[in-house]
Design a protein around this ligand. Structure first.
Ligand code: CP
Ligand code: NVA
Length: 313
């Protein structure tokens, strides 16, 4: 199948750093396109609108899903993705972030970056003049949230009014989920240990975009009647030194069969992965009948293909 002719998409030429650059209509467009492209791929129908286009991918941290889903996704869209390791790029050390952005923009049609400080993707986007996609920063993981929304929509049939509970660290994944739920009308509750709440500014932003998540420190109260129970690692990449101390503090927030028992009947379990089995989730739950974590991982690719097509189309 050829790409559709016609006007550029409403997000053409833009960047995706947080999800907040989009309105609800644009999020629905990405999700609709993701479902359409997923259907085409499952039917074996080629769709290659990005022939001749290249995505440069900067990695300052390890990755499985982000690296592979972007690379395979670009390939399926007819384009090419170029992964660049921390040793190659050495952001801000070998050369200034703005010089990296301006140089890569001369070779590539878009840049995907996985960074430590969120300001680094902002600097890249400001200087590059081509679309920049945040492939995870300390504050946001928007591509993950797009895959999460797609999975919830497929599983529950609707996002509006869906009861979603995130249990654990109020981190980058929780932040993007909060913005994604706010934009699509899903109700998010975040159950977090004391001292590990989400960023107050991002919670406020979610409120401005639709609705702020409900916050609680009680995991059982948080999970009560949830249709989706979501967790992530207790110590994110870059927080490894705190892992031991966090293990004790987060123990009551483990998603196990007992905690899942508080959720709505038929609730699903999600995790962005990688999982630390035996910490934030037990084998019984992640390998159990309620788990959709690999469907969710697969949806990274479908969601990102839609994003790439709409940003570059
Ligand atoms: N969920 C996610 O971003 O996975 P990776 O760290 O493997 O890319
Ligand atoms: N919160 C985790 C997500 C990994 C995909 C991290 O930042 O390491």
């Amino acid at each position: 199948m050829q790409e559709q002719e016609g006007a550029p998409s409403p997000i053409s030429g833009g960047s995706c750093l947080t999800l907040a650059e989009f309105g609800p209509a644009e999020i629905w467009l990405i999700l609709d396109e993701a479902l359409r492209l997923k259907g085409l791929q499952k039917a074996g129908a080629p769709f290659q609108p990005l022939r001749g286009k290249t995505l440069a991918m900067i990695f300052q941290k390890p990755s499985n899903r982000t690296r592979v889903s972007f690379e395979v996704g670009m390939y399926q869209l007819g384009g090419h993705a170029l992964p660049l390791s921390p040793q190659e790029i050495q952001m801000g050390r070998r050369e200034a972030t703005t010089d990296i952005a301006k140089t890569l923009a001369r070779f590539a049609d878009a840049i995907m970056a996985r960074v430590f400080g969120h300001h680094e993707v902002e600097e890249l986007a400001e200087a590059a003049g081509v679309p920049v996609i945040n492939g995870l920063s300390d504050l946001h993981h928007p591509c993950q949230a797009l895959a999460d929304l797609l999975t919830i929509r497929e599983e529950l049939g609707s996002l509006e009014g869906a009861k979603v509970t995130y249990v654990g660290d109020g981190n980058n994944v929780a932040h993007s989920l909060a913005l994604g739920c706010a934009l699509t009308g899903a109700h998010l509750t975040i159950a977090h240990p004391e001292g590990h709440a989400s960023d107050a500014g991002i919670i406020k932003l979610a409120g401005e975009l639709g609705a702020a998540p409900t916050l609680t420190q009680d995991p059982r109260e948080g999970v009560a009647n949830a249709q989706v129970v979501y967790t992530d690692v207790w110590a994110s990449m870059g927080q490894e030194a705190e892992a031991g101390e966090r293990r004790e503090k987060f123990a009551p927030y483990q998603v196990n069969e007992e905690l899942m028992g508080y959720a709505a009947p038929g609730a699903i379990f999600l995790h962005c992965l990688p999982a630390h089995r035996g910490e934030e989730v037990t084998n019984e739950v992640i390998d159990g009948p309620q788990s959709r974590v690999f469907d969710q991982a697969e949806n990274r690719m479908h969601a990102q293909k839609a994003l790439l097509y709409l940003l570059l189309g």
